[in-house]
Ligand binder design. Structure first.
Ligand SMILES: [Zn+2]
Length: 332
């Protein structure tokens, strides 16, 4: 690590100063329309003395809105007198992607959540990842990263943490998930964990918590309410914000293996046969993919490989071969 050059990102905030600071992470980005221009990523630091630090992010994928809605709101409303320690808020982590309303960056097509540990001399997305890896993650005790389904997936609303080899760390993460008190709480596995922010934080020994709240490239009143209440609950649970956690019933779900995921094997038009949150039997038809090139062709059936509940589905009406069509989770 020591051989890496310094990050080109300059913060306009002082992480060790008490009070509320609204500023930027400024990343020089020279381009056609701005010769000596910069990417200006909003950041808010709310600090009140020594104590634990939380690093809160939304917009890791630029087309997911519950996190940014909750975090711009928190940055505007959180009173430092209520805080013990530090809250660092980056409401739109992949800011170029967020500005474009796309999952990945329009500058370099970088998927922030596949770009860790990043590079100080890499693409814009890699430079942002590197800054989180070397400057922001080391400051945090708890790391909370909001996700939703984006334009191509829709989820039941859950807060999640990963099963980890370090069981003490895993338990701390699941305790924070329980405090978030979403309708569902997930023990999550990943299809492809290499390069994820999650993995970077966990390998650093940080408590890492995430969400999937709805999707479809928009937000809903209910999912935003869940996000706003949940993040305050996590901060209260961590002793960073004063007040009692607002507990409510949550249903724990597990993703025990890769059999949770079903993928389209053909292009076509998807017909959802089960709605989110509905129970499914093993072998049940979750969706049908209709060929659109000609009539008279039987649809491809996407079947559940395990019994459980439909936790996620493909969102747009058209699918391509390889798209994630459905995710089944199991009640714990
Ligand atoms: Zn996401």
């Amino acid at each position: 690590m020591s051989s890496l050059r310094p990050s080109p990102i300059a913060p306009t905030v002082d992480f060790d100063r008490d009070g509320v600071q609204h500023g930027f992470l400024r990343l020089p980005y020279s381009r056609d329309d701005s010769a000596w221009g910069s990417v200006m990523m909003p950041i808010c630091v709310i600090r009140n003395g020594k104590g634990p630090a939380a690093l809160l992010t939304g917009g890791n994928h630029g087309d997911e809105y519950e996190g940014p809605l909750a975090l711009y709101d928190l940055a505007r409303t959180l009173d430092p007198k209520q805080v013990s320690g530090t809250v660092i808020i980056v409401p739109a982590m992949n800011y170029p992607a967020f500005r474009a309303g796309t999952r990945t960056s329009p500058i370099d097509k970088g998927n922030m959540n596949r770009s860790f540990p990043g590079r100080p001399d890499g693409t814009v997305t890699e430079k942002i990842a590197d800054y989180f890896q070397r400057e922001l993650l080391p400051r945090a005790d708890i790391v909370f990263d909001f996700h939703s389904g984006g334009k191509t997936l829709d989820f039941v609303s859950f807060c999640a943490a990963h099963t980890l080899p370090d069981k003490a760390l895993e338990q701390k993460a699941f305790d924070a998930v329980a405090a978030f008190a979403a309708p569902f709480s997930m023990r999550m596995i990943e299809i492809d964990s290499v390069g994820m922010y999650d993995t970077a934080a966990e390998e650093m020994g940080k408590v890492f918590v995430s969400t999937e709240l709805g999707g479809g490239g928009t937000s809903r009143a209910q999912t935003v309410r869940i996000a706003r209440r949940g993040i305050l609950n996590v901060l209260r649970h961590g002793g960073i914000v004063a007040g009692a956690v607002e507990r409510s019933k949550t249903q724990w779900l597990d993703m025990p293996s890769g059999d949770c995921f079903s993928f389209a094997e053909d292009d076509g038009m998807i017909e959802t046969m089960v709605d989110l949150g509905e129970p499914v039997e093993e072998g049940a038809v979750l969706a049908r993919i209709h060929s659109t090139g000609r009539t008279g062709i039987a649809p491809q059936e996407i079947r559940a490989k395990m019994p459980g509940m439909l936790a996620a589905r493909h969102f747009p009406g058209l699918v391509k071969a390889g798209d994630c069509a459905a995710v089944v989770a199991v009640h714990v």
